[in-house]
Write a protein that binds this ligand. Structure first.
Ligand code: NAP
Length: 250
């Protein structure tokens, strides 16, 4: 039996992606810290779509947790791995909460890297797809989100690089970057929690892209031949790599 593994499946974009892939008939391995939410989601996915769902409750910001998760999932055939779990940290750079910044690096960069490298090692000669969730902040810098954007620059550059290496090496596996713009999830609350900036209560976030639309974009990216799914003016732009690649090896 084949599975789609989605990290950060308990809320927001990952939750919507879980419904999207389940609706299309894919079995799921859903991952996040909140076991209660994952178990509820499992029940609703099974009853709505009749698929198989495996729950993995894990804090991916803990050193070694991503490797342990990957090892536990080795008994499943993972046709798609979506590294979606991540959070932001909105602060003037001189006021950064260093503990939060370290957790963000652990989750957004380290866990994503370990899961991606394990997956590429085991599935490069199979029809598998790696989708890493970056951000438009992975292609341009936003003031007061510098460290967050830098984590997402890592995600976009690393994933485009994997896609290029797989292509040059004539491998079957595909790697893709999803780069969302502002999406209506809990992301902004998390980004302002324990951060150096107060949330702007007056900000109207009702116009942000719904998570269900992002999930539909993710499926379009999955089915396309393109490497990058970039969201601009609430539209999905499917395109090739945005970074420059040099032809010669080092
Ligand atoms: P969200 O609603 O806050 O969801 C974040 C998900 O990540 C939750 O399921 C959360 O579940 C999980 N997570 C957080 N910390 C974790 C940890 N230590 N270990 C395991 N799972 C963890 O935010 P979202 O908007 O859906 O974010 C999803 C991705 O989209 C992130 O990578 C984010 O950077 C990216 N993104 C979002 C936006 C936006 O505007 N919303 C824009 C661009 C990019 P638990 O709390 O249960 O662990």
């Amino acid at each position: 039996m084949k599975y789609v593994l989605i990290t950060g499946a308990s809320s927001g974009i990952g939750l919507a992606m879980s419904h999207e892939f389940a609706q299309k008939g894919h079995n799921l391995i859903i991952v996040a810290r909140s076991e209660d939410k994952l178990l509820q989601l499992k029940q609703s996915l099974i009853s709505e779509y009749g698929i198989d769902v495996q729950v993995k409750a894990v804090d991916l910001s803990i050193s070694g947790a991503a490797q342990s998760l990957y090892d536990q999932c080795k008994k499943f055939e993972v046709e798609v791995l979506i590294n979606n779990a991540g959070f932001g940290d909105f602060s003037n750079i001189w006021d950064m909460n260093l503990e939060k910044a370290e957790n963000m690096l652990n989750l957004n960069v380290n866990a994503l890297t370990m899961l991606s490298l394990n997956y590429v090692r085991d599935y490069h000669d199979k029809p598998a797809t790696l989708i890493n969730v970056a951000s438009i902040g992975g292609y341009k810098m936003f003031p007061t989100a510098v460290t967050y954007c830098a984590t997402k620059f890592f995600v976009s550059a690393f994933t485009e690089g994997i896609a290029e290496d797989l292509k040059v090496g004539n491998k079957q596996m595909k790697a893709k970057v999803l780069a969302p713009a502002a999406t209506a999830t809990d992301f902004f609350n998390q980004a302002y929690t324990n951060a150096g900036l107060e949330a702007e209560a007056a900000t109207d976030r009702s116009q942000y892209t719904p998570a269900s639309v992002l999930a539909d974009y993710t499926y379009q990216l999955y089915q396309s031949d393109q490497v990058v799914g970039y969201v601009e003016n609430e539209q999905l732009i499917l395109q090739g790599p945005k970074f420059d690649f040099v032809a010669n090896k080092l």
